[in-house]
Design a protein around this ligand. Structure first.
Ligand code: FES
Ligand SMILES: [Fe+2]
Length: 470
């Protein structure tokens, strides 16, 4: 596991020293390799384009990275009732996530133990069990096989228990966020989350602390780009005034001095910052600007907002109503939890890798259970805002980067140098975690270090296993 460190050592850090020199020094553009070493794909402040475009590396990521760390799979509020289930792909693997009649959460591979067919083909529902559509093997929502048609054909030694659906190796949750690992050989979830847990607490405990509900609507995007391009952007505090210029200008023209205008000047001099939380997790904090005045008062207008504000003031008094409205606005937090949980504003994003150049990015809106109806209505209007006006800018950039990386092999390196050697980083006096100005590429240097640790360990293990079996 990594501990937060000075980023100068991060991107350059290799790790797989057990592989041959020939392998380490081979042409980084070579797409044919049997021995996997990744060290030659990193230079201080740069990463190689193949890390984003090479299908073999993508395949290795599914095995060595997604197969060997904790992954966010769902939020408990998506399964509110006994026997609720959802299906989704996480780290490439199709899963059924269920809540049993007793209320216990299970995560099962959605893969029939017979001929491997996807057992449950519905996105969500409520069911005590699942019947595979191919030969009707039947499983309850805890994964036990309960019947096999014409069972006598399998002979006397056959048992139903031997054909249960397979559970993921590890399952745990942190304050409603459910995580799974496909390998048993991982540290505890709390060790994995480390300093990120405290930021999850801050995100959950805003305002009046009503429980967060994630089954509030979701918006899937199919993006023709590598999953890491999306991960890069979620922690990128450099791009907003440039990528989202048209959106910001439109807001300013129509509504005047509103949210995000603090990007108008040299925002590296602002108190906003980027922080290394360790284990590949990072945090971009816009709260020092966004919440220094009333975040609600700085929001642009939206349909019905005056009537909703008035109704809340009448019911709760001005001070409490305005405090509640402040917390209905975006959280001002971009929390990247490596590799597949992005908490942005009031929303949760899950990037699901489909191919080296294809990712499904799903935005989940959130509401607060028990909060006044007006607060949740305002939350929803705001959560519709950015995906509609801003995400299109980001998606265009994801695909533009992918195109440049894929089609110009003459230019091999991707620049992640911002604030790499400006020596303006400093440990945060509050928690001693390393932080740099808002526009830093710290987040990329940080997760690439974790990427290398996982990938190199996975490759080393695979080589060892191959050696032992040959
Ligand atoms: S593949 Fe599922 S029952 Fe045959
Ligand atoms: Fe953006």
């Amino acid at each position: 596991m990594t501990t937060p460190s000075h980023p100068a050592s991060a991107a350059a850090a290799g790790g797989i020293n057990s592989l041959s020199d020939t392998d380490r020094t081979r042409n980084p553009n070579s797409e044919s390799s049997t021995l996997q070493s990744y060290q030659h794909l990193f230079r201080p402040g740069f990463v190689h384009r193949r890390l984003y475009v090479d299908e073999q590396i993508f395949h290795d990521e599914l095995r060595y990275l997604y197969g060997r760390t904790w992954l966010y799979i769902a939020h408990e509020s998506e399964l509110p009732q006994p026997n609720d289930f959802i299906t989704r792909r996480v780290g490439g693997r199709p899963l059924i996530i269920t809540r049993s009649a007793e209320g216990k959460i299970h995560a099962l591979f959605n893969r029939c133990t017979h001929r491997a067919a996807i057992v449950c083909r519905e996105p969500r529902g409520n069911a005590k069990g699942f019947i595979c559509g191919y030969h009707a093997w039947t499983f309850n929502n805890e994964g036990h096989c309960t019947s096999v048609p014409l069972r006598q054909g399998y002979g006397k030694t056959f048992t139903l228990a031997s054909t249960n659906l397979q559970h993921v190796a590890r399952l745990d949750s942190y304050r409603g966020f459910i995580f799974a690992s496909y390998s048993a050989d991982v540290p505890s979830l709390s060790e994995h989350l480390g300093a990120a847990a405290r930021l999850i607490d801050q995100w959950l405990d805003r305002g009046e602390k009503e429980p967060v509900v994630v089954r509030s609507g979701s918006m899937p995007f199919l993006v023709h780009a590598n999953w890491k391009t999306i991960y890069d952007n979620a922690g990128d505090g450099y791009h907003p005034p440039f990528s989202h210029e048209s959106m910001l200008k439109m807001f300013a023209r129509r509504y005047g001095d509103v949210d995000m205008n603090y990007y108008g000047s040299d925002f590296d001099k602002s108190p906003m910052y980027s922080k290394n939380l360790g284990n590949g997790h990072t945090f971009l904090d816009q709260r020092p600007e966004m919440h220094k005045l009333s975040a609600w008062k700085r929001q642009h207008v939206m349909p019905g907002y005056e009537a909703m504000e008035k109704a809340l003031i009448e019911r709760f008094g001005e001070t409490r109503a305005l405090a509640m409205l402040d917390t209905a606005t975006g959280s001002g937090m971009n929390l990247n939890i490596f590799p597949n949980l992005l908490i942005i504003g009031n929303q949760i994003q899950m990037p699901e890798p489909l191919a080296a150049n294809k990712t499904q990015l799903t935005w989940f809106a959130t509401t607060r259970e028990g909060a006044p109806e007006e607060i949740n209505a305002i939350r929803m209007r705001m959560q519709e805002d950015f995906p509609s006006f801003g995400e299109v800018d980001d998606s265009a950039n994801f695909e533009a980067c992918q195109e440049g990386m894929a089609y110009v092999p003459e230019m091999e390196w991707i620049d992640i140098r911002r604030h790499h050697d400006t020596e303006v980083g400093t440990p945060d006096p509050a928690d001693h975690l390393w932080r740099e100005p808002m526009s830093s590429d710290l987040h990329m240097r940080t997760y690439w270090q974790r990427w290398q640790e996982l990938m190199n360990a996975g490759a080393t293990q695979a080589l060892k296993a191959r050696g032992e079996s040959s």
